[in-house]
Each structure stands twice: as structure tokens, then as C-alpha cells.
Design a binder for this molecule. Structure first.
Ligand code: GLC
Length: 430
């Protein structure tokens, strides 16, 4: 009872509470000597600069009766999914809370592996987040996660090189290719033009969808009917394949690049354009990592051409509570703290993670950490979701495999698109 009251008061478990304060001397509870310590295991992204442990420490100061163990997951999103799925499938009580990608709530909710969080959240708490970030957590009328970070694909460009050659930021993919070719021909050496995360993993699906949408195509329509096999999708895949095999503007090995690899080439000064998430920003401005500090600009991704629009894939991360946790109340309290203003500001400053909380888009500390945030707000708010489906992981894998077949010229773009479309139809029983 004492425990429930403490959590309710401090972490906002009661229906009246909305935001969570940063820990203060006064707010720190004292543990009764007889009180049992509850241990929570939090399966998380790896701790990069000690920031995740700092959040845990702040939470533990507020809740001296709770100890949170950080269990680090692999950096690759697809590997994270495999690991979390195994633990959940085994109904293992060892995992209480975990970081979840924006496309996982439907997968885990449909399997009954995660705790619905509606009863723990007020309307006000739900409304505090950007609508896209919160909607991703909704499955059949219930919320299953609390977003702590949203994400949006963006175009990074070399400000200095565009200025030097009097070129503007490209607004179409064709223009991007022409500008890259021009600058590569002038700069010579190891200069390359463009890369994203094109290895076979979830990042590739994010990159592909931006091309497909920007040419006017899609994978599923509003009624979840498969519509992938279209001239628009073929144009998008052709554009990507040609960058590698016709125009040669991508660095060697691009089809094995995760986000870190594409960043490395860009940060070394040998690439004109990069597709990345905002988390690349703080790294690009760190002289330990980057030779191009102060030479980087950020803009919306290009469109497929006239009449088309720019699209960014909605990414982002939430905290979910395992249905098999034996400490759900404490787990929810931690999840709320992980998604609180305090934690989101800290992550914005340390790792340029863009917040899911609306109020933070006018927060001075956050804006100072990410000067591009104001200009990119339209792209952030309109970031477009990947298909929402309990079969998402399989669907995404089909797209990745077939796109790689086109990259390697085992199939033409037409064949790869048709094959992916047929397999997705079978997967979804259409
Ligand atoms: C980022 C995004 C996530 C996406 C992943 C792909 O972490 O936030 O949504 O699935 O990249 O690698």
C-alpha cells in the first residue's frame, strides 16, 4: 500500500497526475527499513554516453524501493526484435520493461505479450505526445506503449560543398543525383554522392518506403489491400538501383550499410548527401566523430518529381511493459519516467533524439541542442507510418530481400516489385 501510494504520488500512476517532475530533494522518498526492494529488468538500447544509466539513477532516487537493471540490446533494430520476441514468446518473467520500435506494438499486442496501458494513463498524458507517435501504440482500441522519442528520416547535406559549387539543396531525387555527380566530378578523390542504411535490415525498409511514397506508391492502401505492384513502386526501386549500378554515386559496399556505416562515410568528409535520423546530428557535430562539424545542413527528403511530395518514414521508440512481468505497477512507473520531460530533454541534449512530447518543441534547451528542429517540424509532424500489422516483421523482410535482389541485379526492379507484392499478398491472405 505504502509502495502504491509512493509510486502514485511521484511517478503519476494516479489518474490525476500528468507530467513527471525531475527529481528534487523534497520528492525523494525514504525507504522503510522493512520495505522490500523490487528489481526491474529494463531491456534497452545500449548506453552510449551514460545517459540511460543517468535516467535510471534519477528514477531510483525518486523510488528508493525500486532497483532498475539495464540489459543492453544489440544496436541493430532487427536483432533487437528477435531477442525481445524470444523472451516474450518464452513468457519469461525476467524482462519487465523494454524499448520497442514504433512498428512493434501491433506485433506484440496481437500475440498478447504486452500489458495494455490505458488504465495507467490519463487523457492528458496521452494527448501530451505527438499524434503519430501515440497512434503507433494503439492496437484494437488500446494503448500498449508510451513513446519516449519520435524519429523522422531527413536529408543531411554538405552546406560548404553546395555553396562552393553554387548548388541548391535538391528537391527531387533526380536533382540530388545530378548535384552529387557534379560535385563528385569536381572534387574527385574518394568523394561519393549519397547513402542511407541499405543493408538487409529494418533500416532498409524505412529508406525504401521514403522512395516509394515520394513517387506516389505504397505497400498497402487504406483498406490494407496490397497495392505495391505499381509503376510508382518500380520507379522508386529503379531510382535506388540506378544510384548504385548506373550513376555510381553511392559508396562501395552501400548494400551492407547500417546507419552507422553511412554516417561514417559522410562524417569522414567523403559524401555529399546522407539519409539519416536526427540522432546523426549530435554525432556530426562532435569533432571526435566528425570532420565536418559546422558544414552540415538538414532538409526534407527529395520528392520523386513534379506533382509528388516529400515523405519521411515515422520512426521512434516507446517503452512497453511485458504481460509476464511480476512487477507491473513499478514497471509502468519506470516507463512513465523514461517517457517524461526530464528524460526526453536529457536525451535531446545528449543524443539529439527528437521528443515525442509536444511541449518540448518550444523548449529552449531542446531547440538549442537541435537548431534544425523548428524548420523540420512540418516533416516531423507529417512523418508517415510504415504498414501497421501483426505480420509487419515478415512483410518488411520480404521488401528487404526483394530490394536487395534488385540491388544485386538478380532481378529487375519490375520483377523484384512483383515478387514482393505477390509474397505480401500470400502473407496477408489476399
Ligand atoms: C530508427 C527508428 C526506428 C527504425 C530503425 C531502423 O531507430 O527510430 O523506427 O525502425 O531506425 O533501423
Amino acid at each position: 500500500m505504502m509502495l502504491a501510494l509512493a509510486l502514485g504520488m511521484v511517478a503519476g500512476c494516479s489518474q490525476q497526475e500528468s507530467t513527471i517532475p525531475a527529481p528534487t530533494e523534497e520528492s525523494i522518498e525514504t525507504v522503510e527499513e522493512t520495505q522490500e526492494i523490487v528489481e526491474l529488468n529494463y531491456y534497452s538500447h545500449p548506453d552510449e554516453k551514460g545517459e540511460r544509466n543517468a535516467i535510471i539513477k534519477a528514477f531510483e532516487e525518486l523510488h528508493p524501493n525500486v532497483k532498475v537493471n539495464l540489459i543492453e540490446l544489440p544496436p541493430d533494430t532487427s536483432e533487437k526484435l528477435t531477442m525481445i520476441s524470444k523472451v516474450l514468446q518464452a513468457e519469461d518473467t525476467a524482462m519487465d520493461i523494454f524499448d520497442a520500435d514504433v512498428i512493434w506494438p501491433s506485433i506484440f499486442a496481437a500475440a498478447g505479450w504486452v500489458e495494455p496501458l490505458d488504465n495507467y494513463m490519463t487523457e492528458e498524458e496521452i494527448d501530451a505526445h505527438l499524434p503519430g507517435a501515440m497512434y503507433a501504440n494503439l492496437y484494437q482500441g488500446h494503448y500498449y506503449g508510451i513513446p519516449y522519442r519520435t524519429d523522422t528520416g531527413m536529408l543531411y547535406y554538405r552546406k560548404d560543398l553546395l555553396e562552393k559549387y553554387n548548388k541548391s539543396v535538391p528537391t527531387t531525387w533526380d536533382e540530388l543525383v545530378q548535384t552529387a555527380e557534379y560535385i563528385m566530378s569536381k572534387e574527385g578523390g574518394d568523394m561519393t554522392g549519397y547513402a542511407g542504411s541499405w543493408k538487409q535490415f529494418e533500416g532498409l525498409t524505412c529508406n525504401l518506403m521514403e522512395f516509394v511514397w515520394s513517387y506516389g506508391g505504397d505497400v498497402l492502401d487504406e483498406d490494407s489491400k496490397v497495392v505495391f505492384d505499381s509503376p510508382e513502386s518500380v520507379a522508386a526501386v529503379t531510382r535506388m538501383v540506378d544510384m548504385i549500378n548506373a550513376e555510381n554515386i553511392t559508396p562501395e559496399g552501400v548494400i551492407t550499410f547500417s546507419s552507422g556505416d553511412a554516417r561514417d562515410v559522410f562524417f569522414s568528409g567523403n559524401m555529399v548527401f546522407l539519409r539519416d535520423w536526427p540522432s546523426g546530428w549530435s554525432k556530426s557535430q562532435d569533432p571526435e566523430n566528425s570532420k565536418i562539424v559546422d558544414k552540415v545542413g538538414i532538409a526534407a527528403l527529395p520528392t520523386g518529381g513534379e506533382g509528388n511530395e516529400s515523405y519521411s518514414t515515422l520512426g521512434g521508440w516507446q517503452v512497453m511493459v511485458s504481460a509476464f512481468s511480476e512487477h507491473k505497477e513499478e514497471a509502468v512507473a519506470f516507463a512513465k519516467f523514461r517517457a517524461s520531460e526530464y528524460s526526453q530533454i536529457l536525451m535531446s541534449k545528449e543524443l539529439s533524439h527528437i521528443p515525442s512530447l509536444k511541449t518540448l518543441y518550444s523548449n529552449e534547451e531542446v531547440l538549442e541542442a537541435m537548431p534544425f528542429l523548428e524548420d523540420m517540424y512540418p516533416a516531423i509532424i507529417h512523418a508517415y507510418p510504415r504498414p501497421k500489422s501483426p505480420y509487419y516483421a515478415e512483410l518488411s523482410n520480404i521488401l528487404q530481400v526483394e530490394l536487395q535482389n534488385a540491388f544485386k541485379e538478380h532481378k529487375t526492379p519490375e520483377e523484384a516489385v512483383k515478387s514482393a507484392s505477390d509474397q505480401i499478398k500470400t502473407l496477408l491472405g489476399q
